[in-house]
Design a protein around this ligand. Structure first.
Ligand code: COA
Length: 388
């Protein structure tokens, strides 16, 4: 195949049985289970096992996995020292990429990968997977305190994944209602077929680099505003708009200037992203629980969605997962520049499920290109060159 398709639109990059998207009906499923059902009934721990193993776990299997996640939350104090030497003004995603990549230094052991053709040792794969997923929220929250000049809050093994994540952010236990919503947000962000960061993870994994290298590559890719970084941009955009009454004029101007409406549009969906629909409902129930007062950001977002539908609906541009997630995280009190880190923590489940799938039938990614450069020519000595 020599046809070049920009952005590899519609080009299958792998075979996978982990998740699926029906972009016309707006359905996302993990291992066949619709995301709406998982968000209603599952937990992040259970959904992670589903993604990794392909089936819903029994209560015994889940208990073992949950226990492993709780026991692997501590990280070596030299990781804290390393973070203390990073500039406090650095972006949390850059810190996270650095910290995850550094785990290879602090916890070496990629023999399984380098010893053979590909890793057949599922214990090794599970062990590394557990350690990374357990430590990601720890590193994100350690940084929140370190960059503000404080010691990190120690993890607590008596709290579930979502509760401990929020606890480590603030040093306080959160309302169970908020923990439950946060847990569901992690489920919604855990996996999404071969998106850009998962593709980066596959490419890295196909070289048999360590899982830290795989996840660090994926984190760097997720950071961009066209991908996970959009949730931060959405909040800035809504603040800039200011109020629902200003939405129409703002949108007219933005579209006339060919600006992007952050948190809208998706290569795979022609309708509203099902995760955005669920997050919008979470936001509504959060508001109800907190006394019914609509936040200015949410009001503006609802108005923008309505007007944007008239202008962009024909192109299949509707809210995606990043549209409502940032508004919800803002309400919970999470700093805006940490939104994408939360996305990365949740998505580590999907990345590592794909890493395992890649290793099970590995072949290095080495695509081709359409060369558009000069024909072969002779080297010209510098004295004989003329300015172009
Ligand atoms: N705002 C305004 N117009 C948009 C748009 C947006 N957010 N997303 C897509 N469009 C328009 C494009 O301008 C293009 O219009 P045209 O055909 O008249 O030129 C059309 O819809 C197709 O867009 P395209 O950029 O080709 O889609 P893509 O599949 O290459 O890009 C995204 C997908 C996600 C990168 C893109 O929708 C985007 O940049 N969205 C904003 C960033 C974002 O929210 N990212 C998070 C994704 S989960």
């Amino acid at each position: 195949m020599n046809e070049y398709l920009p952005g590899l639109e519609g080009v299958p990059a792998t075979k996978s049985n982990i998740s699926d998207i029906d972009g016309d009906k707006g359905i996302l499923s993990y291992r066949g289970y619709p995301i709406s059902q998982l968000a209603e009934h599952s937990t992040f721990e259970e959904t992670t096992l589903l993604l990794l193993d392909g089936q819903l776990p029994t209560s015994d299997t889940l208990a073992v996995f949950d226990d492993q996640l709780r026991k692997n939350r501590r990280v070596k104090y030299n990781i804290r020292n390393m973070m203390m030497s990073l500039p406090a003004t650095g972006h949390p995603m850059e810190m996270l990429q650095t910290a995850v990549a550094s785990l290879g230094m602090f916890y070496p052991g990629s023999e399984c990968l380098t010893g053979g053709d590909a890793c057949a040792d599922l214990d090794y794969v599970r062990n590394m997977t557990v350690k990374i997923i357990a430590r990601m929220p720890v590193m994100v929250t350690m940084w929140e305190h370190i960059r503000n000049g404080y010691d990190p809050v120690a993890p607590r093994a008596d709290l579930n994944y979502a509760a401990n994540f929020l606890y480590m952010f603030t040093g306080q236990e959160h309302d169970p209602f908020v923990v439950d919503i946060f847990d569901k947000c992690l489920i919604l962000h855990a996996e999404h077929t071969i998106n850009a960061s998962t593709f980066a993870a596959l490419v890295a994994g196909s070289t048999l680099t360590s899982p830290y290298g795989v996840v660090a590559a994926a984190i760097g890719t997720l950071s961009g505003p066209l991908h996970g970084g959009a949730n931060e941009k959405v909040v800035a955009m809504l603040k800039q708009i200011g109020s629902p009454s200003k939405v129409k004029a703002w949108l007219d101007n933005a579209l006339a200037n060919k600006e992007k409406i952050w948190g809208m549009g998706h290569r795979e969906y022609n309708v509203k992203d099902p995760r955005a629909t669920i997050l919008q409902k979470f936001m509504e129930s959060y508001i109800k629980q907190k006394g019914g007062k609509l936040s200015a950001l949410f009001e503006t977002a609802l108005a923008l969605e309505e007007v944007a539908q008239e202008r962009l609906g024909a192109k299949g541009v509707y809210p995606n997962v990043d549209y409502y997630s940032g508004i919800l995280y803002s309400e919970i009190g999470i700093p805006v520049d940490q939104f994408t880190s939360i996305f990365a923590v949740a998505r580590s489940a999907g990345w590592l499920a794909h890493w395992r799938e890649q290793l099970s039938n590995n072949r290095i990614f080495r695509p081709t290109q359409v060369y558009t450069g000069s024909p072969t020519r002779d080297y010209v000595p510098i004295k004989k060159r003329r300015a172009p």
